[in-house]
Design a protein around this ligand. Structure first.
Ligand code: SF4
Length: 119
C-alpha cells in the first residue's frame, strides 16, 4: 500500500510518501525532520484535528461565540460534534477557557470558549 501525505506540522509542508513493507509496517520518506514521520504515522493510524467553530449565544453584541477543542480530536468525532455545536444556543456570560462540552465522546477532550462574552 502506498499513500501520499503533506506534513502540516510546520510551514515547510514536506510531501511525504508512506509505503508498507513486507511486514505491513509503514515506511515514511520525504520528511525533512523527525516530526514528519510522527505526523504521518498519526495520520495513518489515528488522524486527529483541533476543532474550531462558533456557537449561537444570547448576547446581542456577540451572537456567535468562538469555541475550540482543547486537544486534537479523532476525526470520526468531528462531524457529530459540529452538528451538536451548531444546534446549541449558550447563555452568557461565558469566560475564555470555560468548558462548554466536557469529555466529548469519552475522549477526555473538552470544547472550550475562546473569548469572554459578558453582555
Ligand atoms: S517533516 Fe519536518 S520540516 Fe517537513 S513539514 Fe513536517 S515538521 Fe516541517
Amino acid at each position: 500500500m502506498k499513500k501520499e501525505l503533506i506534513c502540516i506540522s510546520c510551514p515547510t509542508g514536506c510531501h511525504l510518501t508512506a509505503e508498507t513493507d513486507a511486514n505491513r509496517e509503514w515506511l515514511i520518506t520525504g520528511n525533512r525532520c523527525p516530526r514528519g514521520k510522527v505526523y504521518a504515522l498519526n495520520e495513518l493510524t489515528d488522524p486527529r484535528r483541533v476543532v474550531t467553530a462558533t456557537v449561537a449565544s444570547t448576547s446581542e453584541l456577540m451572537p456567535r461565540i468562538p469555541v475550540r477543542t482543547d486537544k486534537a480530536l479523532p476525526k470520526r468525532f468531528i462531524a457529530p460534534l459540529l452538528n451538536r455545536l451548531y444546534a446549541m444556543k449558550v447563555q452568557i456570560p461565558v469566560k475564555s477557557g470555560e468548558i462548554l462540552i466536557e469529555n466529548v465522546e469519552n475522549s477526555q477532550i473538552n470544547v472550550i470558549f475562546c473569548c469572554d462574552c459578558i453582555k
